[in-house]
Design a protein around this ligand. Structure first.
Ligand code: DQA
Length: 149
């Protein structure tokens, strides 16, 4: 049994009503509920965190080792395109992470096409709406159960 931490950045607390044409109609609570269920079925524990504040996200990432987190599933939201601080926190925490996005950031505005995380992530999943979270969870579990050589 591994602990997987799901960390969501700014404005993802608004899912459900926020630009539903892009992000869908499910709330973050809906996504968390189905993800918890899937993790439990697969024999792993999942913990959730969302913040609109960069320093809170940095603090949370720094805590990962103490919390016994095996892998982080990270949707940095707008901080994807801006946050050196959050990138540095991930490097400092030395915890593997998967970057994920609901939307296909590569098919949107040009400023969304650069990420401060992709080159240091285990992998990146984007463009599958709420399913991106499930796909990221399955990828994380696959890596935990069968680490790369
Ligand atoms: C997002 C994409 C980001 O560009 C945006 O700022 C978000 C959400 C996504 O999940 O598609 O807030 O990370």
């Amino acid at each position: 049994m591994a602990i997987i931490s799901v960390i969501n950045g700014p404005n993802l607390n608004m899912l459900g009503t926020r630009e539903p044409g892009i992000y869908g109609v499910l709330t973050l609570a809906d996504i968390e509920q189905s993800l918890s269920q899937l993790a439990e079925e697969l024999g792993h524990e999942i913990i959730f965190y969302q913040s609109n504040a960069e320093h809170d996200l940095v603090n949370r990432v720094q805590q990962s080792k103490q919390d016994g987190v095996a892998t982080i599933l990270l949707n940095p939201a707008a901080f994807t395109h801006t946050s050196v601080a959050l990138r540095d926190a991930l490097l400092a925490s030395d915890t593997p992470f998967i970057e994920l996005h609901l939307s296909n950031v590569h098919a949107r505005e040009s400023f969304r096409q650069h990420s401060y995380f992709s080159d240091i992530a285990e992998g990146v999943i984007c463009g599958f709406g709420p399913k991106s979270y499930e796909l990221a969870l399955l990828a994380a579990i696959a890596l935990i159960e069968q680490p790369r050589e």
